[in-house]
Design a protein around this ligand. Structure first.
Ligand code: PLP
Length: 471
């Protein structure tokens, strides 16, 4: 072993707060004295290996990114081939074959209503771009008064200032609100804990009606768009609503000339068992869709905005979209994403997400019946979540300051399972753990995942009992 390698290995034992210069990005997150996470060495299929050789099941595809699993040989070969040709050429000087090819494949898979694709480097950039495109369209069509983007509470649309302004998270708002123009919110239909006296369908209908009420309250001439995650991410825990909700939302947007934006950064690119989640419901098609995460599946940082001709050409004819980033639509990332998309289609992974999702749902429900900590299982396709509770009967949460999902992650790593969690709203809407394996997952690997998850939940239960949070 060479010196660099051995010194890197020993750095994995450092704790956050060591005064040596450098460290890792975790220095920004973990409290002083915390153990740093293991160092990644390599990935293969649904597994990741740290530098000591320990294997981890990538049970959440990182942050719901690695839809194709790791080290796909065809994608790796496409990356090399593109790197050998050209990695960067600015799109205003040169179009690239990858950009043209990808735009055509992607808009074909997205179907009617999505004619154009704008490529960026991630989810927050995609949402910023979508909101700015909507605003630019309003301005060039004589609707300059429209600027408000209504969103849901809770929700997550990214961490840049514009994306943060439409994100429903009281904690981030408590820090950054003075620097952003926080946008109006309506409740997301979280049906696990219903308001007293309301049935599920009454509550969901009221949540849809809240959009119309909010448009009228804000002044319909000032409302530009409504943005939502059609299948929730971490903030709501893979919440799926009945088809009637999506249709009503669509009708309300049409009635008031409000653009409907679906943030499919987590749910898109096949994860829910359809290329776009809106394909599951008739009459629910949005005007603009954003994608990222699974679109290039972690092989390159990537995101996209899909929009109709009607919007893109109107803006182009009036001088063009005043927006871009250095790496937008770069040849390397476009070629890599095109190769990921080819694999997804050729391996039938969209259909596979639906069938494996049903199997995972069944296994998680069985696990819920054995575990005192799982209060709910929900989701669509391979975008699933469990909700951790202190009491299944009353749905009472564990104390939020405990951060039960982070504790579960620790137990998971010990048991060879990597579970992504990121606190939304400081846990105010529930302790959620996404279960979102790569779309290539096999049934016996789902069994293996559930065994490791059960072991980790048992470990968490014992710890909670020892610390007197459970009897
Ligand atoms: N929107 C949703 C629904 C997400 O889940 C995320 C990331 O988790 C984002 C937007 C932001 O994407 P990124 O982290 O790539 O900027």
């Amino acid at each position: 072993m060479n010196d660099t390698l051995s010194s890197n290995r020993s750095s994995a034992h450092l704790t956050v707060g060591d005064t040596t210069k450098g460290g890792s990005v975790m220095s920004f997150y973990l409290p002083k004295g915390s153990n740093r996470p293991p160092q990644i060495d390599r990935g293969e299929g649904v597994y990741l290996y740290d530098r000591s050789g320990k294997r981890y099941f990538d049970a959440t595809s990182g942050a719901v990114v690695s839809n194709l699993g790791h080290s796909n040989p065809r994608v790796v070969a496409a990356m090399k081939a593109q790197a050998d040709r050209v990695t960067f050429a600015y799109p205003r000087f040169f179009e690239s074959e990858g950009n043209v090819h990808l735009a055509s494949r992607l808009t074909e898979l997205a179907g009617d209503g999505f004619d154009r694709a704008f490529f960026v480097s991630g989810g927050s950039e995609a949402n910023e771009s979508a909101i700015k495109l909507a605003r630019h369209y309003a301005v060039v069509t004589g609707q300059s008064a429209r600027f408000k983007v209504i969103a849901r509470d809770p929700s997550y649309h990214g961490s840049t200032m514009g994306a943060l302004a439409v994100t429903g998270d009281s904690f981030t708002e408590s820090i950054y609100a003075p620097m952003a123009r926080i946008m109006p919110k309506i409740p997301a239909p979280l049906t696990y804990r219903l308001p007293a006296g309301q049935t599920e369908s009454e509550y969901v209908a009221a949540c849809a009606q809240a959009l119309e009420d909010k448009i009228l309250e804000e002044g319909q001439e000032s409302v530009l768009a409504f943005i939502l995650e059609p299948v929730g991410g971490l903030s709501s825990g893979a919440v799926v609503s009945p088809a009637s909700y999506y249709r009503t939302i669509r009708q309300i947007c049409d009635k008031y000339g409000v653009l409907l934006i679906h943030d499919e950064i987590m749910s898109g690119a096949g994860r829910t068992g359809a290329f776009l989640a809106s394909h599951h419901w008739n009459g629910a098609r949005p005007d603009i869709v954003t994608l990222a995460k699974g679109l290039a599946a972690g092989y390159t940082p990537f995101g996209a905005v899909l929009a109709p001709n009607r919007i893109v050409e109107t803006v182009a004819e009036r001088g063009g979209f005043v927006h871009g980033h250095t790496y937008f639509s770069n040849p390397f990332s476009c070629a890599v994403a095109a190769s990921v998309l080819n694999e997804v289609v050729e391996q039938g992974l969209i259909e596979r997400a639906a069938t494996m999702g049903e199997y995972l749902d069944m296994k998680l429900r069985q696990l819920m019946s054995r575990s005192r900590l799982i209060g709910d299982v929900r989701g669509k396709g391979l975008l699933m979540a469990i909700e951790i509770v202190a009491d299944k009967e009353t749905k009472r949460q564990l104390p939020t300051e405990l951060n039960a999902p982070a504790m579960l992650t620790e137990h998971g790593l010990r048991n060879g399972i990597a579970l992504y969690n990121r606190r939304a709203n400081r846990g105010q809407f529930g302790d959620i753990q996404l279960i979102t394996p790569p779309l290539i997952v096999e049934p016996q690997q789902i069994d293996e995942l559930v065994v490791a998850l059960e072991k980790s939940l048992r470990g968490l239960e014992t710890e909670l009992r020892d610390r007197k949070y459970l009897d």
